[in-house]
Design a protein around this ligand. Structure first.
Ligand code: MGD
Ligand code: MGD
Ligand code: SF4
Ligand code: MO
Length: 711
C-alpha cells in the first residue's frame, strides 16, 4: 500500500510517500508530485516511520514511584491525578507556583499550541517559559525596542538582494518569518532565484552550505555581529544609500543612530571582526543600492555575546533602507486554509512590555508574555512564597536543551510535580513524575494551516493519519483539553467552545473548525492528496496605512546605544586568555535539537564531534578522530576531532542536543536512559549565570572561549 503524506519533524513539511505491507519494513521516499518540495527529503524524514516503531517509544503514559521506577498508567488516571495535584498546589501556594514550558515539537502538530495555550490561560499563572529564550529571543527584544512593520516581511521571491546572518537554512530549514528564506526545497529555490538575479550576502564564521552559494561571504569572528552591522550601517549612511522618505515617515532617532555607528569605520570593523574592509564596503553597497530584499538572521548572532544589540542593528538595516512591503505589495506567508486578512503597511512602535506590569522575583519582566528559560532554576530553587513547585512541559526537553545543564537538572529534580508530554525517554522525561505518551506524527491527521505564515506560496495540504495510534497514547491537544475539563473548565479556541459536557471531538473535527474561515475550503484541499498551489488564491498584499498611523521605529534608543558602546569597548580591549579557541553553534542534518539522537543508525555519536580547521588541528598535533577534552570556564566534555576545512581558524563548532542526563547525587533518575553512547552535551560548557543578555537573560551559546587537550 502506498500513502501520500508530509513530514512534520520540522516546518519544511516535505511531501512523503510511504509504502508499507503488513509485516514488512515501511519504505519512505520523497513525494515527486508535491507542489513545493518536489521529492526533497532529509535523513530524518526518511526515517520517520522508525521513530514510530522504535522500541524506546512510550506506548503508555507513565508514573514515577518514590524509588524512581516508572509504571504504566492510563492517560485518564494520569490526567485526573495531575489535575488534582495542580489544584492542590494552586490552592496552597497560588497559581504562580505552577509553570509551563513549551518546546519545539509542540509547534509541529498544528493543534498542540492552540490547546495548550488555551488550557494555560485557565491556570492564571504568569510563569510561562519556552525554548525561544535559549534560541532567538533577541528578535523579540529588538522588536520590543525598535518596533515592527505591521505587514511583516518582503518575499525572497521578489528580492534583488538578501542578507543571511548566522543561519544555514539549507540544513536547518529555518525560513519564513525568521530568515525569509524558502523553507521548501531550498537548494533548488536558491539556484532559481540566483538565476533570476538575486544577490546573496552571508555573514557566518563557517563556510556553510548556504555560504558557498553567496555572492559575498563575510566570514566574521563569532560574537562580533554588533560591530559588523554597525559598520554596514555606517557605510550605508555615509554613502547616502538610506531610504530618506521611509525614514522621514516611519522612524525616529536617526541622528542618534548615525552617531552610535560613527566609530565603526570599515577599518575598525575589519579589525574587530577579522573581515576584509573592502568586502564589508562591497556588502554595504550591494545591500544599500538594491530595491527589494531584507537583512535577516538565525541563531548565530542571537546566541552570541551582544545578541540584543546585534539583532537590533540587523533589523535596523531594513528600517534604514525601507525594506518592508508597501500598500499593494505581496507579503511573506501564504493563506489558503487561513483567512488571508491584509495587514497594514505601517510601523508599530516599540512596546517594551518588560518595563511595566509583572516583575518576577528573579527580576525579569515579561517578554512576549514569557520569563527567561534560565530563570527556571531561580524560580524553582529560591525559597519564597510563589516558588515554582510544578512544571508542565509540552514537546520540549529543557533538561538537555538549556545551558548550565547540571543546575537545571538539579532544579527540575526538586519540583513537587514535573509532567512532560513526550513519546521518548528524553532527559526531561527521565526526571518527570508523569510522562504522557502522545500520538506521533504519522498517526494523526493534520493540515498545513498552522505553517502558512512560513510559506511563500498559496499552498495547502491535508493528510489523513497513516497508521492507527497505539491504544495507550493520546493526542497532545487532547491532553490539554482533558486537563482543562478535569478542572471543570471550558476552552474556547478559534471561535469554538469545548465544554466539559461535550463529547470528545475527533482531531478531524477540530481541524475543520480551525479552517472555518478558509479562502479555499478544507473539503477542496482534501481533493489534492499531494497538496496544491492554489493559483486562484492570490498572495496576500499589504493594505494602505491608516490615516491615524503614528507608530515609528525607534532606531537608536539610549539603552541600545549604551550596549553598542560597551560592545565596542569589549571588542577593542585586548584580553589574554588561556582558552585559545572560540566555540560556536551548528546544527546536524540528522537530528532535531535533542530529538533523533536515540534512533540507531541515524545520529551516531560521530555527528557530535568538535569541528576544527586543519591548521588548528596540526598546531595541536591532532589527527581526525582524535579523542579530546574541551574545557570552558564552566565545564569540560570529551569528544572527538573532525578536521573540517569549512571552519575558520581559531573557531570550532560542536552541535547541541547530544549526551545523556548527568548523574547528580540529588537527582533521582530512572535507569532507562536512551542509548548508552549519546555523545557529549555542549550545554555543560555553557553558563546560565555569566554573560546573560539584558531583558531576555539569553545565555551566551556561541563565541565561547574554550581550550582543547588531547586525551
Ligand atoms: N548548546 C546549544 N543549546 C541549544 C541550542 C544550540 O544551538 N546550542 N539550540 C537551542 C534551540 S534553538 C532550541 S529551540 C532549544 C530546543 O529546546 P526544546 O524544545 O526544549 O528541546 P527539543 O529537543 O526540541 O525537544 C523536543 C522534545 O519533543 C519530543 N517530541 C517528539 N515528537 C513529539 C510529539 O509528537 N509530541 C510531543 N509532545 N513531544 C514530541 C522529543 O522526544 C523531544 O524530547 O534548544 C536550545 N539549546
Ligand atoms: N537538522 C536540523 N534542523 C533544525 C534544527 C536541528 O537541530 N537540526 N533545529 C531547529 C531550530 S529549533 C532552530 S532555532 C533552527 C536554527 O536555524 P539556524 O539558525 O539556521 O541554525 P544553524 O544551521 O545552526 O545556523 C547557525 C549558523 O550560525 C553560525 N554562527 C555561529 N556563531 C555565530 C556568530 O557569532 N555570528 C554569526 N553571524 N554566525 C554565527 C554558525 O556557523 C551556523 O552556520 O533550526 C531548526 N532546524
Ligand atoms: S527537512 Fe527533513 S525533517 Fe524537515 S520536513 Fe523535510 S524531511 Fe522532514
Ligand atoms: Mo530553536
Amino acid at each position: 500500500m502506498s500513502h501520500t503524506t508530509y513530514c512534520r519533524i520540522c516546518p519544511a513539511t516535505c511531501g512523503l510517500i510511504i509504502d508499507f505491507e503488513e509485516g514488512k519494513q515501511a519504505h519512505v521516499s520523497g513525494d515527486l508530485d508535491h507542489g513545493l518540495t518536489h521529492g526533497f527529503t532529509c535523513a530524518k524524514g526518511r526515517r520517520i516511520v522508525d521513530f514510530h516503531t522504535d522500541p524506546q517509544r512510550f506506548l503508555n503514559s507513565r508514573k514515577r514511584a518514590f524509588d524512581g521506577t516508572f509504571a504504566d498508567i492510563s492517560a485518564s488516571s494520569a490526567i485526573e491525578e495531575i489535575a488534582a495535584q495542580l489544584r492542590d498546589i494552586a490552592d496552597t501556594y497560588g497559581p504562580d507556583a505552577i509553570g509551563f514550558y513549551s518546546g519545539t515539537q509542540a509547534s509541529y502538530a498544528s493543534l498542540t499550541n492552540p490547546f495548550a495555550s488555551a488550557w494555560w490561560r485557565t491556570m492564571g499563572s504568569k510563569k510561562t517559559f519556552s525554548s525561544m529564550t535559549v534560541d532567538q529571543s533577541a528578535k523579540w527584544v529588538a522588536e520590543g525596542r525598535l518596533g515592527k512593520w505591521a505587514a511583516g516581511m518582503q518575499r525572497f521571491a521578489d528580492a534583488d538582494v538578501w542578507l543571511l546572518a548566522g543561519t544555514n537554512p539549507l540544513v536547518s530549514m529555518q525560513g519564513g518569518i525568521f530568515t525569509g528564506f524558502p523553507i521548501h526545497d531550498g537548494f533548488r529555490r536558491l539556484q532559481q532565484e540566483k538565476q533570476r538575479g538575486l544577490q546573496l550576502i552571508v555573514v557566518d564564521p563557517r563556510v556553510t552550505e548556504v555560504a558557498t552559494r553567496a555572492d559575498i561571504h563575510l566570514q566574521l569572528k563569532p560574537g562580533t555581529d554588533a560591530a559588523l552591522f554597525a559598520g554596514l550601517l555606517h557605510v550605508i549612511l555615509d554613502l547616502g544609500l538610506e531610504d530618506k522618505a521611509f525614514i522621514a515617515r516611519w522612524t525616529e532617532g536617526l541622528p542618534a543612530l548615525r552617531s552610535a555607528v560613527s566609530a565603526f569605520t570599515p577599518d575598525v570593523v575589519a579589525t574587530i571582526c577579522d573581515v576584509d574592509s573592502l568586502e564589508l564596503i562591497a556588502a554595504a553597497k550591494m545591500f544599500g543600492s538594491a530595491k527589494q530584499g531584507m537583512a535577516t538572521s538565525g541563531t548565530g548572532p542571537d546566541m552570541a555575546a551582544w545578541a540584543n544589540v546585534a539583532e537590533h542593528l540587523i533589523q535596523s538595516m531594513n528600517v534604514v533602507c525601507g525594506r518592508f512591503p508597501q500598500a499593494g505589495e505581496a507579503i511573506l506567508g501564504g493563506a489558503v486554509l487561513g483567512s488571508g486578512k491584509s495587514p497594514r503597511a505601517e510601523a508599530i512602535g516599540p512596546n517594551r512590555t518588560w518595563e511595566s506590569g509583572y516583575l518576577s522575583d528573579s527580576g525579569y519582566g515579561l517578554l512576549q508574555g514569557q520569563l527567561p528559560a534560565v530563570s527556571l532554576v531561580d524560580e524553582i530553587m529560591k525559597p519564597r512564597a510563589d516558588r515554582l513547585r510544578a512544571l508542565i512541559v509540552s514537546g520540549g526537553n529543557p533538561a538537555a536543551a538549556i545551558p548550565g545543564q547540571n543546575a537545571l537538572v538539579e532544579a527540575l529534580s526538586a519540583l513537587d510535580l514535573l509532567v512532560t508530554v513526550d513519546p521518548f525517554p528524553s532527559e526531561t522525561a527521565q526526571l518527570a513524575h508523569y510522562v504522557i505518551a502522545p500520538v506521533m506524527h504519522l498517526e494523526r491527521p493534520d493540515t498545513t494551516r498552522a505553517y502558512e505564515g512560513l510559506f511563500d506560496a498559496s499552498f495547502a495540504q491535508y493528510t489523513a493519519a497513516m497508521f492507527p495510534a497505539p491504544d495507550g497514547v493520546i493526542d497532545d491537544w487532547e491532553f490539554f483539553l482533558r486537563l482543562a475539563w478535569a478542572a471543570g473548565n471550558s476552552l474556547t479556541i478559534a471561535g469554538r467552545e469545548y465544554a466539559p459536557s461535550d463529547p470528545m471531538p475527533t482531531t478531524d473535527d477540530v481541524l475543520a473548525s480551525f479552517s472555518a474561515r478558509a479562502r479555499i475550503s478544507l473539503a477542496e484541499v482534501k481533493q489534492h492528496p499531494h497538496g496544491k498551489i492554489f493559483d486562484a488564491v492570490l498572495p496576500v498584499v499589504a493594505a494602505p496605512p491608516s490615516d491615524s498611523a503614528t507608530g515609528r521605529f525607534a532606531v537608536m534608543p539610549a539603552d541600545v546605544a549604551d550596549e553598542l558602546q560597551h560592545a565596542y569597548q569589549s571588542a577593542v580591549t585586548v584580553s589574554q586568555s588561556l582558552r585559545p579557541f572560540l566555540l560556536t553553534v551548528r546544527r546536524a542534518k540528522e537530528t532535531m535539537n535533542t530529538f533523533g539522537k536515540q534512533l540507531p543508525g541515524l545520529a551516531m555519536v560521530a555527528l557530535n564531534p568538535c569541528h576544527m580547521h586543519p591548521n588548528d588541528a596540526s598546531w595541536l598535533e591532532l589527527e581526525d578522530g582524535a579523542l579530546v577534552s574541551v574545557t570552558s570556564d564552566h565545564g569540560t566534555i570529551s569528544t572527538t576531532i573532525s578536521v573540517d576545512t569549512s571552519m575558520k581558524q581559531g573557531v570550532v563548532s560542536i552541535t547541541h542536543g547530544f549526551g545523556t542526563l548527568p548523574a547528580l547525587a540529588s537527582a533521582q533518575t530512572s535507569n532507562d536512559s536512551p542509548n548508552g553512547q549519546c555523545g557529549a552535551n555542549v550545554n555543560q560548557l555553557l553558563s546560565m549565570h555569566i554573560n546573560l543578555q539584558s531583558i531576555s537573560a539569553m545565555p551566551q551559546m556561541t563565541g565561547v572561549r574554550i581550550s582543547i587537550e588531547p586525551m
